[in-house]
Design a protein around this ligand. Structure first.
Ligand SMILES: CC(C)(COP(=O)(O)OP(=O)(O)OC[C@H]1O[C@@H](n2cnc3c(N)ncnc32)[C@H](O)[C@@H]1OP(=O)(O)O)[C@@H](O)C(=O)NCCC(=O)NCCS
Length: 224
């Protein structure tokens, strides 16, 4: 089952899997990748390994050969020249998307457990506009849609980071959702509430898509 497939345009190369299926054997990594995981716990080794193996598969499909994907001190993956990409993982799912940088400025994927956002986190995640938007939905739906807001911000953050290399807190954007009547799939618009580098101004908008399938929530942004 492809979780992210319906959320991404056709030029984006997608690989997905289950992190638990990859195991934590560092032999699946290059020497430098494995060195970065030397002191990591088993769960972290599995998710990192799954991301790297899937990224190599995606790069292979793009004709890039066997690439090594190290991370900078900011933990963002360093993609080969000419490529943008994104990695995400949670219990039960891992996904990697790659695209050519002459076609896309950035990609952002996020997968989360779909369960409602804990009320104590609302203040940290939601801007005033988010709270107002969520208030337009029935109270029983608001917690789960607040989780969509959280995930949409992470996906939009990752996509913009490829362009700006700038850290942004959760107040930097607000999210509008357009769920279908079933409430399990839709678009979102992330609007910048502050500038980000010299590329995004207050009021600039980034469009993404979201989808819930069983226990999982996926959000994706593919910047033109
Ligand atoms: C970086 C961040 C978005 C990762 O999200 P997460 O839900 O914790 O974890 P995910 O599994 O979805 O993503 C982890 C992957 O993101 C990638 N990543 C890390 N930092 C990144 C960055 N700055 N930009 C793009 N990708 C990044 C890495 O590939 C990482 O996996 P890896 O270490 O195995 O390679 C999150 O930890 C974070 O720092 N959030 C705060 C910033 C933010 O979201 N602001 C909202 C602005 S409105």
């Amino acid at each position: 089952m492809s979780l992210f497939g319906p959320l991404l345009p056709a030029d984006v190369v997608l690989e997905e899997g289950t992190p638990e299926a990859f195991g934590d054997d560092l032999a699946q990594l290059t020497a430098a990748e494995a060195a970065a995981m030397e002191r990591a716990v088993s769960k972290r080794r599995r998710e990192y390994t799954a991301g790297r193996v899937l990224a190599r598969r995606a790069a292979g499909r793009m004709g890039l050969g066997s690439v090594e994907i190290l991370a900078g001190p900011d933990r963002a993956p360093r993609w080969p020249p000419g490529v943008v990409g994104s990695i995400t993982h949670t219990r039960g799912h891992v996904a990697v998307a790659l695209a050519r940088s002459d076609r896309r400025r950035g990609l952002g994927l996020d997968v989360e457990q779909a369960a409602a956002l804990k009320p104590r986190l609302w203040d940290a995640i939601c801007a005033p506009e988010d709270v107002e938007m969520l208030g337009g939905y029935p109270p029983a739906l608001r917690g789960e849609l607040a989780k969509v807001v959280f995930s949409a911000k992470e996906a939009a953050y990752k996509a913009q980071y490829a362009v700006t290399q700038q850290y942004l807190g959760f107040a930097a954007m607000h999210i509008e959702l357009s769920p279908t009547p079933e409430g399990n799939v839709g678009e979102f618009v992330a609007t910048f509430r502050q500038t980000a580098g010299s590329h995004f101004r207050i009021g600039d908008r980034v469009v993404g898509r979201w989808r819930r399938v069983g226990p999982l929530l996926a959000t994706a942004v593919a910047l033109d």
